[in-house]
Design a binder for this molecule. Structure first.
Ligand code: ADP
Ligand code: ADP
Ligand code: MG
Ligand code: MG
Length: 548
């Protein structure tokens, strides 16, 4: 090993001769004696948007708290007197950090910070949206922002009545209304649909004051790509240490991250590259066993109506579900799960023997009771705990849930809870797996681990899966057919029949009015800038989803 990690060094290819010394000089902060260590920081540039990408547990949120001045760096000194600003500034002599810490120490940074876990906010803040926004506003733009972020119709609501996506947009509006010079957005896309993600990206671009500093931490690579001017990769050993890379151009930075090698650092950060190629050739699904079918369905819930065209789901198939929030995706999934009875039409499935495993959109830890992760997994399927078993390797270890076995479910973080809920749903023996938004709060690698686990599972068990997912890179990677939801959110939704991936994506993107191309090196989807040459050309050709 190189002496940085307390565990076996994962970087077999380290080739920088004097890395440990060099790196140790960049130690910014350490949580407690044997706690997590953070090396370097993603340093924003004036007037630019800096994107940050990296694994969960790599120190991204910690870095934002330090940039904002919420957490004073201790240079790794966890005992005795913490270092003063003079010492901190001296420590980083000759680096970009020195300059940044100097202006931070001089009190010249006024930060506005959108925190990662938006769900925490209603527990601490009470009141109506209009009152809260007006109180937060320092720039006289809260009404404009409310309109821009599509929350103007919610101003009379109490903050506790908001859905995840509404809460997210409210907090982004509140942060943008601050008169600051540093704007920090920690995972702004959680709970948002694609249209909202793009709207948020455009609103951030338009409303941050000129010459301010902006940092965005984001796991949706299409959104990060669309929003950022530069990208910093945070790498290391999750929970042990994290290192901020040098800033890269957006396309290069994301591609280096996916390929697992940082050229400026000469550092391998992953042994295998991530490629978003379509690995699923369209199978002859007609010959596969048919698990479930539905005639034309009408589902009514309060004032909302969902209409679904007839469709069916086959063995070995992953059906992706896309569409805006409030359009009936969850309602559709719950109808298939048997939780809601359709007003018209029926679900056609074999008598009795169809087993369904369902991961709901919002995972409430209370529903599991006061148990540990290990107990939860044992209940779902004892084989998850046998070392070397298929489920143990492909689900528990692949999703790194093995590290959480002793933890109580009620004490997990949002990302940990999501992984445990997904692992539990996949561990159950079933014919159909229904996963409603499995990637909220997961990082890029975890999203792909989940996607791979689902694909392997459907193939190995001859099962089928339905995945509701807003991350187009993930959807593109996992789905072999797509169900597109259109209509008027909150009032009525229409589900298409299951469409082949390219056709479904094309319809979906046409609805959104955006075009996508594939990055030739990594296969990842990239959103074309509005009105760019490619955007206009693809729209003219009707190829909203373009595969070269
Ligand atoms: P990321 O945002 O990249 O997921 P975080 O900055 O939240 O990472 O956390 C990095 C590591 O630091 C994690 O292992 C986390 O458990 C640990 N950590 C975060 N906050 C604290 C804290 N207040 N005290 C001790 N450890 C912490
Ligand atoms: P999506 O998953 O696409 O975001 P949902 O299926 O959760 O959408 O919701 C569709 C619409 O149905 C929303 O307007 C929602 O408020 C409404 N709705 C959902 N559940 C109920 C319910 N139990 N009673 C009344 N309306 C509901
Ligand atoms: Mg974080
Ligand atoms: Mg939903």
């Amino acid at each position: 090993g190189c002496g940085i990690c307390i565990k076996k060094c994962p970087f077999k290819a380290i080739s920088i001769v004097n890395l440990p010394d060099e790196l140790e000089r960049m130690l910014v902060h350490r949580y407690g004696v044997n706690g997590f260590k953070l090396y370097g920081l993603p340093i924003p540039r004036e007037g630019k948007i800096l994107g940050v990408i990296g694994k969960n547990g790599a120190g991204k949120s910690t870095a934002l708290r330090i940039l904002a001045g919420e957490l004073r760096p201790n240079l790794g000194r966890t005992e005795g007197q913490p270092p003063g600003w003079d010492e901190i500034i001296k420590q980083f002599r000759g680096t970009e950090l020195q300059n940044y810490f100097r202006i931070l120490a001089e009190g010249k940074i006024r930060a506005a910070h959108k925190i990662q876990y938006v769900d925490m906010v209603p527990r601490r803040v009470r009141g109506k949206l209009a009152t809260l926004l007006e109180k937060a506003d320092e720039r006289g733009i809260w009404k404009e922002l409310a309109k821009e972020l599509n929350i103007a119709h919610l101003l009379d609501r109490d903050i506790r009545q908001l859905s995840g996506g509404e809460l997210q947009r409210f907090l982004i509006a509140a942060v943008l209304s601050k008169d600051a010079n540093l704007y920090l957005f920690d995972e702004p896309s959680s709970y948002l649909d694609i249209r909202e993600r793009i709207r948020v990206a455009r609103t951030i671009r338009r409303y941050v004051p000129n010459n301010s500093y902006v940092v965005v931490v984001e796991h949706d690579i299409a959104m990060l790509d669309y929003l950022s001017d530069h990208v910093v990769v945070m790498y290391g050993e999750p929970g042990v240490y994290g290192i901020a890379s040098k800033p890269y151009g957006v396309r290069a930075g994301i591609n280096h991250f996916l390929k697992g090698y940082l050229p400026a650092e000469n550092m391998r950060i992953r042994s295998e590259p991530i490629r978003y190629t379509i690995s699923f050739t369209q199978q002859e699904l007609q010959e596969a066993r048919r698990y479930i079918g539905w005639g034309r369905l009408v589902v009514r819930l309060g004032g909302f109506t969902l209409e679904a065209e007839p469709g069916e789901l086959h063995e070995g198939e992953v059906l992706g579900v896309v569409g805006p929030n409030g359009i009936g995706k969850t309602t559709f999934v719950r109808t298939l799960a048997g939780e809601i009875k359709p007003a018209e039409g029926s679900i056609d499935k074999p008598e009795g023997q169809l087993r369904i495993s369902y991961k709901p959109q919002y995972v409430n830890p209370d529903t599991f009771g006061d148990i540990t992760v290990e107990q939860l997994l044992r209940e779902a399927n004892p084989s998850t705990l046998s070392p070397g078993s298929w489920l143990n390797v492909e689900i528990v270890r692949r999703l790194r849930v093995d590290r959480l076995l002793d933890r109580r479910v009620s004490e997990l973080s949002g990302g940990e809870l999501q992984k445990v809920a997904v692992a539990t749903a996949l561990a159950r023996e079933a014919d159909i797996y229904l996963l409603d938004e499995p990637s909220a709060y997961l990082d890029v690698e975890e999203r792909l681990s989940v996607a791979k686990a689902i694909r392997r599972l459907t193939e190995a068990r001859g099962a089928a899966a339905i995945i509701v997912e807003h991350d187009i890179a993930v959807q593109d990677y996992i789905a072999n057919r797509i169900l597109v939801f259109t209509g008027a959110p909150g009032s009525h939704g229409r589900a298409s029949k299951p469409l082949p991936l390219p056709e479904g994506m094309n319809l979906f993107l046409r609805e959104l009015g955006i075009t996508i191309r594939k990055d030739p090196e990594t296969g990842r989807p990239r959103i074309n800038k509005e009105d760019s040459f490619l955007d206009r050309m693809q729209k003219r050709l009707g190829k909203y989803y373009y595969i070269p």
